[in-house]
Design a binder for this molecule. Sequence first.
Ligand code: C2E
Ligand code: MG
Ligand code: MG
Ligand code: MG
Length: 289
Amino acid sequence: AAKNGGRGQFRFYAADLKDEEQERQTMLDDLRLALEAEQLELYYQPVVKIENSTVVCLEALMRWEHPERGFVSPAVFIPVAEDSDLINGLGEWALRKACETALDWPKTVRVAVNVSAVQFANPGFPAVVANVLAQTGIEPDRLELELTESVFVGDTDAAEKTFKTLKGLGVRLALDDFGTGYSSLSYLRSAPFDKIKVDRSFVTSCTQQDKNSAKIIAAIVGLSNALNMETTVEGVEAFDQLDVVKQNGARMVQGYIYARPMPAEKVAERLASGDFRIEPEGPEQFRPD
Ligand code: C2E
Ligand code: MG
Ligand code: MG
Ligand code: MG
């Protein structure tokens, strides 16, 4: 959903399709400059094990403060980058930066990096991952690559080969935004995922009125367990949501109720002080990033 959500955003300041195309080109140029000028940043959001409130992983999320436009959401600029080869440069930068950053963390804490389907389809991608692992020296099983269902679109043989190569490197693979994409279960047969991340939309709609969303969460957790995969539920903001996802079998959660994405320095500070635990805090967490 976030993928196509990016497109329509341009309508807010572009009057017609031609202007929209121009806007995209301008943004792409700006983004290229931002990457070169090191104006991009990674924020990190904890994934927390509910039972003991420990941080098990941090997901790297790209942040771009445009000199004139201010904050631009990755949900807007990633799809733009995906239409050019810039996505490969952006992706490699994020991968390297995240691994370097995670070297300062305790070894029990993993780092998760989002990988675009376009980047994944690039035949050079596994070599990029291998290089980053070699150059940074991070333990491969501390790196989790987050892929969406869209990696299965197109050349499935090539995708399976890439999965095998990546698993051979020892990295972990997570299926992100599960339940929103093409939602064919057939690919779970062969793809070697270590984790499923349940899309935020199931939590958002998981209310007293909508009992189906909670049941779907329970079913995904069950499926994931049966296949020996971990599950993280994304987007938990409130205590009642945390209760519902807990009751439906979730053990790991990522959401504002525990923490918003934060700069690397803040993560390092917390972890250095031996503070691996984050208690759910609810509404007082609702500050801007
Ligand atoms: P994602 O990978 O599914 O990341 C989770 C998104 O949910 C993040 O949005 C995070 O800030 C947001 N989120 C987490 N907890 C909550 C919550 O409790 N409530 C709400 N409302 N939102 C929550 P963000 O940082 O805006 O990123 C959006 C998307 O942009 C990501 O979705 C991912 O698809 C993409 N993205 C971000 N960074 C990168 C990157 O380095 N590479 C690639 N390829 N994509 C990226
Ligand atoms: Mg993700
Ligand atoms: Mg996600
Ligand atoms: Mg998403």
